[in-house]
Design a protein around this ligand. Structure first.
Ligand SMILES: C=CC1=C(C)c2cc3[nH]c(cc4nc(cc5[nH]c(cc1n2)c(C)c5CCC(=O)O)C(CCC(=O)O)=C4C)c(C)c3C=C
Ligand SMILES: [Fe+2]
Length: 416
Protein backbone atom coordinates (compact mmCIF):
# COMPACT_ATOMS: atom_id res chain seq x y z
CA UNK A 1 0.00 0.00 0.00
CA UNK A 2 1.34 3.42 -0.84
CA UNK A 3 2.16 5.64 2.07
CA UNK A 4 -0.21 8.57 2.50
CA UNK A 5 1.49 11.94 2.27
CA UNK A 6 0.51 12.97 5.75
CA UNK A 7 2.06 9.82 7.16
CA UNK A 8 5.44 10.93 5.84
CA UNK A 9 7.39 13.38 7.87
CA UNK A 10 9.07 16.16 5.98
CA UNK A 11 12.35 16.98 7.65
CA UNK A 12 12.76 20.35 9.27
CA UNK A 13 15.58 21.17 6.89
CA UNK A 14 13.64 20.27 3.74
CA UNK A 15 10.67 22.21 5.04
CA UNK A 16 12.78 25.30 5.56
CA UNK A 17 14.36 24.82 2.13
CA UNK A 18 10.99 24.40 0.53
CA UNK A 19 9.45 27.44 2.09
CA UNK A 20 12.41 29.42 0.86
CA UNK A 21 13.34 30.59 4.29
CA UNK A 22 16.88 29.25 4.03
CA UNK A 23 19.48 30.28 6.54
CA UNK A 24 17.66 33.44 7.55
CA UNK A 25 14.77 31.26 8.50
CA UNK A 26 16.80 29.65 11.24
CA UNK A 27 15.31 32.35 13.42
CA UNK A 28 11.93 30.88 12.68
CA UNK A 29 11.78 28.39 15.50
CA UNK A 30 9.60 25.37 15.91
CA UNK A 31 6.57 27.59 16.21
CA UNK A 32 7.33 29.22 12.82
CA UNK A 33 6.51 27.39 9.63
CA UNK A 34 6.78 24.14 11.55
CA UNK A 35 3.94 25.43 13.65
CA UNK A 36 1.89 26.45 10.61
CA UNK A 37 1.98 23.13 8.94
CA UNK A 38 2.76 20.76 11.76
CA UNK A 39 4.62 18.73 9.14
CA UNK A 40 7.60 18.34 11.35
CA UNK A 41 5.70 16.85 14.24
CA UNK A 42 4.08 13.44 14.54
CA UNK A 43 0.67 14.97 14.19
CA UNK A 44 -0.86 14.16 10.77
CA UNK A 45 -1.38 17.21 8.70
CA UNK A 46 -5.15 17.05 8.37
CA UNK A 47 -7.28 20.12 8.76
CA UNK A 48 -11.00 19.64 9.13
CA UNK A 49 -13.80 21.71 7.72
CA UNK A 50 -15.10 23.59 10.73
CA UNK A 51 -18.86 23.10 10.82
CA UNK A 52 -19.29 25.93 13.29
CA UNK A 53 -17.62 28.52 11.03
CA UNK A 54 -19.94 31.23 9.80
CA UNK A 55 -20.55 31.83 6.07
CA UNK A 56 -18.46 28.85 5.13
CA UNK A 57 -18.31 26.40 2.23
CA UNK A 58 -16.79 22.98 2.74
CA UNK A 59 -13.44 22.17 1.21
CA UNK A 60 -13.61 18.36 1.15
CA UNK A 61 -15.80 17.24 -1.72
CA UNK A 62 -15.81 15.33 -5.02
CA UNK A 63 -15.02 18.58 -6.84
CA UNK A 64 -12.97 21.60 -5.88
CA UNK A 65 -14.86 24.56 -4.42
CA UNK A 66 -15.27 27.76 -6.43
CA UNK A 67 -16.62 26.09 -9.56
CA UNK A 68 -20.28 25.32 -9.02
CA UNK A 69 -20.29 27.31 -5.79
CA UNK A 70 -22.71 30.27 -6.01
CA UNK A 71 -20.73 33.24 -7.32
CA UNK A 72 -19.29 35.45 -4.59
CA UNK A 73 -18.89 39.21 -4.77
CA UNK A 74 -15.09 39.21 -5.12
CA UNK A 75 -12.28 37.35 -6.77
CA UNK A 76 -8.53 37.53 -6.58
CA UNK A 77 -7.14 35.47 -9.42
CA UNK A 78 -3.42 34.75 -9.58
CA UNK A 79 -1.42 33.01 -12.26
CA UNK A 80 1.90 31.75 -10.91
CA UNK A 81 5.24 30.82 -12.44
CA UNK A 82 6.98 27.81 -10.95
CA UNK A 83 10.68 28.16 -10.13
CA UNK A 84 11.42 24.43 -9.95
CA UNK A 85 11.63 21.55 -12.41
CA UNK A 86 10.77 18.46 -10.39
CA UNK A 87 7.52 16.71 -9.52
CA UNK A 88 8.47 16.31 -5.85
CA UNK A 89 8.51 20.06 -5.25
CA UNK A 90 5.14 20.43 -6.93
CA UNK A 91 3.80 17.68 -4.69
CA UNK A 92 5.26 19.39 -1.60
CA UNK A 93 3.72 22.72 -2.53
CA UNK A 94 0.30 21.13 -3.04
CA UNK A 95 0.64 19.26 0.26
CA UNK A 96 1.55 22.48 1.98
CA UNK A 97 -1.36 24.38 0.46
CA UNK A 98 -4.11 21.85 1.17
CA UNK A 99 -4.53 22.33 4.95
CA UNK A 100 -3.95 26.06 4.53
CA UNK A 101 -6.84 26.24 2.10
CA UNK A 102 -9.05 24.43 4.62
CA UNK A 103 -8.12 27.05 7.24
CA UNK A 104 -8.71 29.90 4.79
CA UNK A 105 -12.12 28.48 3.87
CA UNK A 106 -12.91 28.03 7.59
CA UNK A 107 -12.21 31.72 8.07
CA UNK A 108 -9.56 30.79 10.63
CA UNK A 109 -6.14 32.25 11.11
CA UNK A 110 -3.72 29.78 9.52
CA UNK A 111 -1.94 29.35 12.83
CA UNK A 112 -2.15 31.98 15.57
CA UNK A 113 1.29 33.39 16.24
CA UNK A 114 2.77 32.74 19.64
CA UNK A 115 6.40 33.60 19.00
CA UNK A 116 7.13 37.30 19.10
CA UNK A 117 10.60 36.83 17.64
CA UNK A 118 9.45 35.69 14.22
CA UNK A 119 7.10 37.17 11.62
CA UNK A 120 3.46 36.17 12.15
CA UNK A 121 2.60 32.96 10.33
CA UNK A 122 -0.66 34.33 9.00
CA UNK A 123 -0.30 37.78 7.48
CA UNK A 124 -3.36 38.69 9.53
CA UNK A 125 -5.50 41.00 7.42
CA UNK A 126 -8.47 38.61 7.65
CA UNK A 127 -8.43 38.41 11.47
CA UNK A 128 -11.89 39.09 12.86
CA UNK A 129 -13.64 38.46 9.56
CA UNK A 130 -15.59 35.24 9.15
CA UNK A 131 -15.12 32.84 6.23
CA UNK A 132 -17.07 35.20 3.93
CA UNK A 133 -17.80 32.21 1.67
CA UNK A 134 -14.15 31.98 0.74
CA UNK A 135 -13.27 29.35 -1.87
CA UNK A 136 -9.88 28.52 -3.32
CA UNK A 137 -9.53 26.66 -6.63
CA UNK A 138 -6.20 25.45 -7.98
CA UNK A 139 -5.24 24.42 -11.51
CA UNK A 140 -2.15 23.66 -13.60
CA UNK A 141 -1.34 24.51 -17.20
CA UNK A 142 0.46 23.05 -20.22
CA UNK A 143 3.55 25.14 -19.46
CA UNK A 144 3.88 23.40 -16.08
CA UNK A 145 4.15 20.06 -17.85
CA UNK A 146 6.75 21.53 -20.21
CA UNK A 147 8.85 22.55 -17.21
CA UNK A 148 8.59 19.21 -15.35
CA UNK A 149 9.71 16.48 -17.79
CA UNK A 150 8.99 13.75 -15.17
CA UNK A 151 5.27 14.49 -15.52
CA UNK A 152 5.25 14.26 -19.33
CA UNK A 153 3.16 11.07 -19.43
CA UNK A 154 0.52 12.73 -17.21
CA UNK A 155 -0.22 15.66 -19.51
CA UNK A 156 -3.69 15.33 -21.05
CA UNK A 157 -3.42 15.84 -24.81
CA UNK A 158 -6.13 18.49 -24.73
CA UNK A 159 -4.20 20.56 -22.17
CA UNK A 160 -2.42 22.94 -24.57
CA UNK A 161 -2.20 26.71 -24.81
CA UNK A 162 -5.40 28.18 -26.24
CA UNK A 163 -5.03 28.97 -29.95
CA UNK A 164 -4.74 32.51 -31.24
CA UNK A 165 -8.22 33.86 -31.99
CA UNK A 166 -9.02 36.55 -34.55
CA UNK A 167 -8.87 40.00 -32.92
CA UNK A 168 -6.83 38.81 -29.92
CA UNK A 169 -4.41 41.45 -28.67
CA UNK A 170 -2.87 39.49 -25.85
CA UNK A 171 -0.44 41.16 -23.51
CA UNK A 172 2.21 38.73 -22.20
CA UNK A 173 1.85 40.48 -18.83
CA UNK A 174 -1.65 38.96 -18.52
CA UNK A 175 -1.17 35.71 -20.39
CA UNK A 176 -0.16 32.19 -19.37
CA UNK A 177 1.26 30.99 -16.09
CA UNK A 178 1.93 27.51 -14.68
CA UNK A 179 -0.44 27.32 -11.71
CA UNK A 180 -3.59 29.28 -11.03
CA UNK A 181 -5.12 30.15 -7.71
CA UNK A 182 -8.68 31.43 -7.96
CA UNK A 183 -9.71 32.84 -4.58
CA UNK A 184 -13.31 34.05 -4.30
CA UNK A 185 -15.09 35.48 -1.27
CA UNK A 186 -17.78 37.92 -0.27
CA UNK A 187 -15.01 40.29 0.82
CA UNK A 188 -12.11 41.57 -1.30
CA UNK A 189 -9.62 41.38 1.56
CA UNK A 190 -10.46 37.75 2.34
CA UNK A 191 -9.88 36.79 -1.31
CA UNK A 192 -6.59 38.67 -1.48
CA UNK A 193 -5.45 37.29 1.88
CA UNK A 194 -5.91 33.73 0.61
CA UNK A 195 -3.68 34.24 -2.44
CA UNK A 196 -1.12 36.28 -0.53
CA UNK A 197 -0.63 33.60 2.11
CA UNK A 198 -0.52 30.69 -0.33
CA UNK A 199 2.10 32.45 -2.44
CA UNK A 200 4.06 33.52 0.61
CA UNK A 201 4.35 30.05 2.07
CA UNK A 202 5.70 28.74 -1.24
CA UNK A 203 8.07 31.65 -1.70
CA UNK A 204 11.18 30.65 -3.66
CA UNK A 205 9.15 27.93 -5.38
CA UNK A 206 6.51 30.04 -7.10
CA UNK A 207 6.11 33.69 -8.00
CA UNK A 208 3.13 35.63 -9.25
CA UNK A 209 3.19 36.08 -13.03
CA UNK A 210 -0.04 38.06 -13.18
CA UNK A 211 -3.01 38.67 -10.94
CA UNK A 212 -6.37 40.35 -11.24
CA UNK A 213 -8.94 41.40 -8.67
CA UNK A 214 -12.59 41.44 -9.70
CA UNK A 215 -16.08 42.09 -8.38
CA UNK A 216 -19.74 41.31 -8.93
CA UNK A 217 -22.68 43.21 -7.50
CA UNK A 218 -25.97 41.44 -6.90
CA UNK A 219 -29.39 43.05 -6.89
CA UNK A 220 -31.26 43.15 -3.57
CA UNK A 221 -32.79 39.75 -3.00
CA UNK A 222 -30.35 38.03 -5.36
CA UNK A 223 -30.33 37.50 -9.11
CA UNK A 224 -27.90 37.84 -11.96
CA UNK A 225 -25.18 40.49 -11.59
CA UNK A 226 -24.70 43.12 -14.30
CA UNK A 227 -21.43 43.60 -16.16
CA UNK A 228 -19.90 47.04 -16.81
CA UNK A 229 -22.04 47.39 -19.96
CA UNK A 230 -25.02 47.11 -17.57
CA UNK A 231 -26.28 43.79 -18.98
CA UNK A 232 -27.13 40.83 -16.78
CA UNK A 233 -24.22 38.45 -17.25
CA UNK A 234 -24.48 34.76 -16.39
CA UNK A 235 -28.16 34.14 -17.18
CA UNK A 236 -27.70 31.12 -19.44
CA UNK A 237 -25.62 28.69 -17.40
CA UNK A 238 -26.03 25.05 -16.41
CA UNK A 239 -28.07 24.64 -13.22
CA UNK A 240 -25.70 23.82 -10.36
CA UNK A 241 -28.33 21.42 -9.00
CA UNK A 242 -28.51 19.39 -12.24
CA UNK A 243 -25.80 16.83 -11.57
CA UNK A 244 -26.29 14.99 -14.87
CA UNK A 245 -25.95 18.20 -16.88
CA UNK A 246 -22.80 19.14 -14.97
CA UNK A 247 -21.32 15.77 -15.88
CA UNK A 248 -22.07 16.52 -19.53
CA UNK A 249 -20.70 20.07 -19.48
CA UNK A 250 -18.26 20.62 -16.60
CA UNK A 251 -16.83 17.53 -14.88
CA UNK A 252 -14.31 15.26 -16.56
CA UNK A 253 -15.74 11.74 -16.41
CA UNK A 254 -13.72 8.53 -15.96
CA UNK A 255 -11.92 7.63 -19.20
CA UNK A 256 -12.43 11.06 -20.76
CA UNK A 257 -8.95 12.34 -19.90
CA UNK A 258 -5.98 11.33 -17.75
CA UNK A 259 -7.19 9.53 -14.62
CA UNK A 260 -5.88 12.26 -12.27
CA UNK A 261 -8.29 14.75 -13.83
CA UNK A 262 -11.47 12.71 -13.29
CA UNK A 263 -13.97 14.97 -11.48
CA UNK A 264 -11.80 17.94 -12.35
CA UNK A 265 -12.44 20.50 -15.07
CA UNK A 266 -10.78 23.06 -17.36
CA UNK A 267 -10.70 26.72 -16.39
CA UNK A 268 -10.40 29.20 -19.27
CA UNK A 269 -9.62 32.75 -18.21
CA UNK A 270 -9.63 35.81 -20.46
CA UNK A 271 -8.87 39.34 -19.33
CA UNK A 272 -11.15 41.27 -21.66
CA UNK A 273 -10.99 45.04 -21.76
CA UNK A 274 -14.40 46.62 -22.31
CA UNK A 275 -14.24 49.97 -24.09
CA UNK A 276 -16.62 51.81 -21.80
CA UNK A 277 -16.10 55.15 -23.55
CA UNK A 278 -17.23 53.72 -26.93
CA UNK A 279 -20.13 51.83 -25.35
CA UNK A 280 -21.37 54.93 -23.58
CA UNK A 281 -21.65 56.68 -26.97
CA UNK A 282 -23.69 53.81 -28.45
CA UNK A 283 -27.46 54.03 -28.91
CA UNK A 284 -29.53 51.95 -26.52
CA UNK A 285 -31.08 49.81 -29.29
CA UNK A 286 -27.68 49.09 -30.72
CA UNK A 287 -26.47 48.05 -27.25
CA UNK A 288 -29.38 45.60 -26.97
CA UNK A 289 -28.79 44.29 -30.51
CA UNK A 290 -25.14 43.69 -29.62
CA UNK A 291 -26.05 41.11 -27.00
CA UNK A 292 -29.43 40.04 -28.39
CA UNK A 293 -31.05 40.66 -25.02
CA UNK A 294 -32.94 43.49 -23.38
CA UNK A 295 -30.75 45.41 -21.01
CA UNK A 296 -33.07 46.02 -18.10
CA UNK A 297 -34.94 42.71 -17.88
CA UNK A 298 -32.19 40.54 -19.34
CA UNK A 299 -34.87 38.85 -21.51
CA UNK A 300 -34.01 37.63 -25.03
CA UNK A 301 -34.99 40.32 -27.58
CA UNK A 302 -38.73 40.08 -28.20
CA UNK A 303 -39.38 38.34 -24.85
CA UNK A 304 -40.36 39.68 -21.45
CA UNK A 305 -38.53 37.70 -18.79
CA UNK A 306 -34.84 36.98 -18.19
CA UNK A 307 -35.18 33.22 -18.21
CA UNK A 308 -37.55 32.98 -21.19
CA UNK A 309 -36.39 30.41 -23.73
CA UNK A 310 -33.92 31.77 -26.30
CA UNK A 311 -35.01 31.00 -29.86
CA UNK A 312 -32.38 32.30 -32.26
CA UNK A 313 -34.64 31.62 -35.24
CA UNK A 314 -37.56 33.72 -33.90
CA UNK A 315 -38.63 36.53 -36.29
CA UNK A 316 -40.66 39.72 -35.91
CA UNK A 317 -43.75 40.63 -37.98
CA UNK A 318 -41.46 41.87 -40.80
CA UNK A 319 -39.68 38.54 -41.01
CA UNK A 320 -36.50 39.94 -39.40
CA UNK A 321 -34.63 37.85 -36.86
CA UNK A 322 -35.42 39.12 -33.35
CA UNK A 323 -31.91 38.32 -32.27
CA UNK A 324 -29.48 39.61 -34.93
CA UNK A 325 -27.31 36.93 -36.51
CA UNK A 326 -24.18 38.74 -35.35
CA UNK A 327 -25.38 39.32 -31.81
CA UNK A 328 -23.26 37.80 -29.05
CA UNK A 329 -25.94 35.43 -27.78
CA UNK A 330 -26.97 34.32 -31.28
CA UNK A 331 -23.38 33.34 -32.10
CA UNK A 332 -22.82 31.65 -28.72
CA UNK A 333 -26.02 29.67 -29.03
CA UNK A 334 -25.45 28.68 -32.65
CA UNK A 335 -22.71 26.23 -31.68
CA UNK A 336 -23.73 23.22 -29.68
CA UNK A 337 -20.89 23.66 -27.17
CA UNK A 338 -21.76 24.73 -23.63
CA UNK A 339 -19.84 25.95 -20.60
CA UNK A 340 -20.28 27.19 -17.03
CA UNK A 341 -19.43 30.90 -16.87
CA UNK A 342 -18.23 32.43 -13.59
CA UNK A 343 -16.87 35.84 -14.54
CA UNK A 344 -16.08 39.01 -12.59
CA UNK A 345 -15.82 42.66 -13.60
CA UNK A 346 -12.56 44.47 -13.04
CA UNK A 347 -11.50 48.12 -12.95
CA UNK A 348 -7.75 48.65 -12.75
CA UNK A 349 -7.11 52.33 -13.36
CA UNK A 350 -6.43 53.59 -16.86
CA UNK A 351 -4.49 52.46 -19.93
CA UNK A 352 -1.20 54.33 -19.87
CA UNK A 353 -1.14 55.05 -23.62
CA UNK A 354 -4.74 56.14 -24.16
CA UNK A 355 -6.02 57.19 -20.75
CA UNK A 356 -9.08 55.00 -21.34
CA UNK A 357 -10.45 52.91 -18.48
CA UNK A 358 -8.57 49.69 -17.98
CA UNK A 359 -11.80 47.96 -17.08
CA UNK A 360 -13.69 44.96 -18.31
CA UNK A 361 -14.48 41.36 -17.65
CA UNK A 362 -12.27 38.75 -16.08
CA UNK A 363 -14.07 36.09 -18.08
CA UNK A 364 -13.84 32.66 -16.46
CA UNK A 365 -15.47 29.52 -17.76
CA UNK A 366 -15.38 25.91 -16.65
CA UNK A 367 -15.79 23.07 -19.12
CA UNK A 368 -14.77 19.44 -19.25
CA UNK A 369 -12.82 19.95 -22.49
CA UNK A 370 -11.06 23.12 -23.75
CA UNK A 371 -12.68 22.60 -27.16
CA UNK A 372 -15.98 23.82 -25.72
CA UNK A 373 -14.42 27.23 -25.08
CA UNK A 374 -12.58 27.19 -28.42
CA UNK A 375 -15.75 26.39 -30.40
CA UNK A 376 -17.72 29.23 -28.84
CA UNK A 377 -14.88 31.75 -29.18
CA UNK A 378 -14.45 30.70 -32.83
CA UNK A 379 -18.15 31.19 -33.42
CA UNK A 380 -17.75 34.81 -32.27
CA UNK A 381 -14.69 35.08 -34.55
CA UNK A 382 -14.76 38.36 -36.43
CA UNK A 383 -18.56 38.42 -36.55
CA UNK A 384 -19.57 39.20 -32.98
CA UNK A 385 -21.05 42.71 -32.73
CA UNK A 386 -19.47 42.82 -29.27
CA UNK A 387 -15.97 42.84 -30.85
CA UNK A 388 -16.35 46.55 -31.55
CA UNK A 389 -16.50 47.21 -27.82
CA UNK A 390 -14.02 44.73 -26.34
CA UNK A 391 -10.39 43.62 -26.66
CA UNK A 392 -9.02 40.35 -25.30
CA UNK A 393 -5.84 41.32 -23.42
CA UNK A 394 -5.04 38.24 -21.36
CA UNK A 395 -5.56 34.51 -21.61
CA UNK A 396 -4.74 31.23 -19.90
CA UNK A 397 -6.03 27.69 -19.61
CA UNK A 398 -5.69 25.47 -16.55
CA UNK A 399 -6.72 21.94 -15.65
CA UNK A 400 -8.32 22.12 -12.21
CA UNK A 401 -7.76 19.14 -9.96
CA UNK A 402 -10.71 17.14 -8.70
CA UNK A 403 -11.84 17.71 -5.14
CA UNK A 404 -9.95 16.39 -2.14
CA UNK A 405 -10.89 13.59 0.24
CA UNK A 406 -10.03 14.05 3.90
CA UNK A 407 -6.52 12.65 4.43
CA UNK A 408 -5.49 13.38 0.86
CA UNK A 409 -4.23 16.56 -0.78
CA UNK A 410 -4.78 18.60 -3.93
CA UNK A 411 -3.65 16.78 -7.06
CA UNK A 412 -2.58 13.61 -5.21
CA UNK A 413 -3.57 11.37 -8.14
CA UNK A 414 -1.09 13.19 -10.39
CA UNK A 415 1.78 11.67 -8.44
CA UNK A 416 0.59 8.07 -8.46
C1 LIG B 1 -15.86 32.08 -25.38
C2 LIG B 1 -16.79 32.37 -24.51
C3 LIG B 1 -17.30 33.72 -24.16
C4 LIG B 1 -16.62 34.91 -24.02
C5 LIG B 1 -15.15 35.16 -24.20
C6 LIG B 1 -17.60 35.90 -23.68
C7 LIG B 1 -17.33 37.26 -23.46
C8 LIG B 1 -18.26 38.20 -22.99
N1 LIG B 1 -19.59 38.01 -22.75
C9 LIG B 1 -20.17 39.17 -22.31
C10 LIG B 1 -21.51 39.36 -21.97
C11 LIG B 1 -22.55 38.43 -22.13
N2 LIG B 1 -22.43 37.15 -22.56
C12 LIG B 1 -23.65 36.55 -22.59
C13 LIG B 1 -23.93 35.25 -22.95
C14 LIG B 1 -22.99 34.29 -23.25
N3 LIG B 1 -21.65 34.46 -23.44
C15 LIG B 1 -21.03 33.25 -23.69
C16 LIG B 1 -19.68 33.01 -23.92
C17 LIG B 1 -18.68 33.99 -23.89
N4 LIG B 1 -18.80 35.30 -23.61
C18 LIG B 1 -22.05 32.26 -23.68
C19 LIG B 1 -21.83 30.78 -23.90
C20 LIG B 1 -23.27 32.89 -23.42
C21 LIG B 1 -24.64 32.24 -23.31
C22 LIG B 1 -25.28 32.16 -24.64
C23 LIG B 1 -26.60 31.43 -24.59
O1 LIG B 1 -26.60 30.22 -24.82
O2 LIG B 1 -27.63 32.06 -24.32
C24 LIG B 1 -24.63 37.52 -22.17
C25 LIG B 1 -26.14 37.31 -22.12
C26 LIG B 1 -26.63 36.90 -20.77
C27 LIG B 1 -26.09 35.59 -20.29
O3 LIG B 1 -26.57 34.52 -20.67
O4 LIG B 1 -25.16 35.64 -19.51
C28 LIG B 1 -23.94 38.69 -21.89
C29 LIG B 1 -24.54 39.98 -21.39
C30 LIG B 1 -19.16 40.14 -22.26
C31 LIG B 1 -19.37 41.57 -21.82
C32 LIG B 1 -17.98 39.55 -22.68
C33 LIG B 1 -16.64 40.13 -22.82
C34 LIG B 1 -16.24 41.21 -22.24
FE1 LIG C 1 -20.65 36.30 -23.28
Amino acid sequence: MTEKWHEKKISRRSMLKMTGIGAAGAIIGASGFGGVMKVMSDEPLIKEDNASSINKYDFYNTHQPGIITPVQTHIYFASLTILFKDAKTLQNVLQLWTPMIVSLMNGEEITPSTNGYIPPIDTGEAIGLDARHCTVTVGISASLFNKIPELESKQPKELQDLPHFPKDQLDPAYTGGDICIQACADDPQVAFHAVRNLVRVASGKVEVHWAQAGFNSFPKGGGTPRNLFAFKDGTENPQITDKEDLKRVVWVQPGESKAWLTNGTYLAVRRIQMHLETWDRTAFHEQENTFGRHRDSGAPLGSKREFDQVDITAKDENGELLMPETSHVHLAKKVKARMLRRSYSYASGTMTKTGAHDAGLLFISFQKHPQQFIDIQNSFGRLDKLNEYITHRGSALFACFPGVEKGSYLGEALFK
